[in-house]
Design a protein around this ligand. Sequence first.
Ligand SMILES: [Cu+2]
Length: 111
Amino acid sequence: MMICIAVLANSLNAQEKKEAKKLEELKIKTSSQCSMCKETIEKAMAFEKGVKTFDLDVKTKVLTVTYNPVKTTPEKIRLAVSKVGYDADDVIADQKAYDKLSPCCKKGGHK
Ligand SMILES: [Cu+2]
């Protein structure tokens, strides 16, 4: 049984390494303000097709994602961020989604 698990873990690792080679990294400047924004944006990334890893640095407001360029594009990822109410580089936040954000999450909510 132990051997089975070890073999399985190894093959999963190999799979991940193979996929990692194809991934590209993208940094997006967002209009996030706090840890709630981080949650919202990261949740959106979790559901975004082709996005492998994501991390929003609340201090710098920079969202770092790794994505599979076969499955998605930087434009699509920026659009996904704007759809939940945040600016993503030069893509302006979707107004309806932005209006629904908590006051603290709006631009200038925290300075
Ligand atoms: Cu916030």
